[in-house]
Design a protein around this ligand. Sequence first.
Ligand code: NAD
Length: 594
Amino acid sequence: MAREFNTVGVVGLGTMGAGIVEVFARNGVDVVAVEINESALERGQTTLIGSIDRAVARGKLTEEERHALLSRVTFAVGLSALGGVDLVVEAVPEHLDLKQAIFTELDRTCPPHAVLATNTSSLSVTEISVATHRPNQVVGMHFFNPAPIMKLVEVVRTVVTADEVVDDIEALCTRLGKVDVTINDRAGFIANALLFGYLNHAVGMYEARFASREDIDAAMKLGCGLPMGPLALMDLIGLDTAYEILDTMYRRGGRDRRHAPSPLIKQMVTAGLLGRKSGQGFYTYEGPGSPVVVADPLTPDPAGTAVEAGRAIAKVGVVGSGTMATGIIEVFAKAGYDVVSVTRGRERSATLRSAVEASLTKAVVRGKLPEEDRDSALARVTWSSTVDHLADVDLVVEATVEELSVKKALFASLDEICKPGVLFATTTSSLPVIECAMATSRPEDVVGLHFFNPAPVMPLVEVVRTIRTAPEAVATARAVCARLDKHAVVCADRAGFVVNALLFPYLNDAVKMVEASYSTADDIDYAMKLGCGYPMGPFELLDVVGLDVSLAIIRELYLELRDPGFAPAPLLEHLVTAGYLGRKVGRGFRAYGR
Ligand SMILES: NC(=O)c1ccc[n+]([C@@H]2O[C@H](COP(=O)([O-])OP(=O)(O)OC[C@H]3O[C@@H](n4cnc5c(N)ncnc54)[C@H](O)[C@@H]3O)[C@@H](O)[C@H]2O)c1
């Protein structure tokens, strides 16, 4: 029988603490909520009440439940109020000396049977535990932000934590409606160890003006289905907290440069730009604590986008016959463009035509496309097997094999054939766009248009500008995306653009975690889905994308960035060598029935 925790203390009612109080009180546990002084206590109380009132307004909580919930919470200043609790969850700022001092005092104040838990994200639970005389009763209980919503709790066990304490805390998580994963005491545990390298990398991209804050965030939301973009997430976490977590992970986690906090974070913290809690971070909010973003001088002017006229595009050439070309032809034809499809040979052309027809017909059968729209879309496409037919198009989209020599040769011949003023685009996902541009005599007219697979479904296109691309060529590409009903994000010409550069190192890190026997693929997938709201865990995603494709992208990133942290995980290389390529062959990290 697991022990009952009837009264729980929560220390620190900031971003996390206030949410943790709500979790306990919602689940029938009495809570003593403690802050450092009256004003902080009042702020914590306001946060808690605001969150509960929002739940009532959304119909998730009744008035009676609200009343019952609040009657379970006692508010107090100072740790002396914790003399009668069975468990304490500490959620004060991420500083080891502060946490150790608090644990020493908790050890003195709390009853001998009480379990002491820390919500630390990155500090050593072991080091915190030795500040008490009961290190075997100390655990990590790492909730996720926002605590009332995110399902995951990472339970952190040190080498001295008693087994029954871990069992009791796991049972408590279940009672709170949470899913727990239990892990050893390593910097960042599971989720943060995978999340913070990615967040820091995104900040670095923003700092280097690689793309705008809106574009970085939109890329990850629309390209990967994440609930929020990395910069908006930094604002939610709090930049001061994020800085401390990165700094600790850097020092504890083997000085991986990817965890060395981007200088911008420290500057913003010093300037008081802490994110949502201070009303301003990467974005500006309606007020401190508000989730509502308001316009500021960095907000793009929606009218401005319409003004960037660009060139008139009516006729589009699509070169290639693979998956991407098939989808892209469909997208352009559906949007009302005249399309010239160019493949190598009639047979390929016929196969491609059937594929496009089949896909459009599927949309008709599903009721997503009227039959006459399918017919008119198909009537707009000319099927050709020679690039000579591209002489009068306004835009050429190259979607051939991912080999630089092939693409360069194609762009050189397009340069000879196409009329002046044509916009050239490559759909490459990993090669430098500038290489294609320099194969022509008009690099200012060349952009990347990185569609995602399947092109008719995925809402995102990365518009890649090289150092030679004319601003008006970028404006044209954006206008085309708008007509295709795709969300364009503009980014510089660097390996992986935005999405792949941020996504694949994270997937690679997850593989390294399994390789080091630190956790299992199942627990890691759970942690990212339930702790961070990702639609798929990293191993599910790797198996879907294909391990060979993923490895190729990771190698490309490593070649360009040269940072040892980006080196492909040997386990990934071995699985690819062994032919375990993912779902497409029935086996990757997991085995699939075929
Ligand atoms: N922010 C996140 O997304 C997140 C997620 C999971 C875990 N965490 C961890 O939770 C902990 C708290 O982070 P946060 O983001 O809530 O910080 P925060 O700065 O928002 O809140 C900390 C609170 O602790 C209070 N406090 C400081 N000293 C105190 C003391 N001596 N006694 C009582 N209260 C005291 C402060 O007044 C403040 O209200 C950190 O260890 C952090 O790493 C944060």
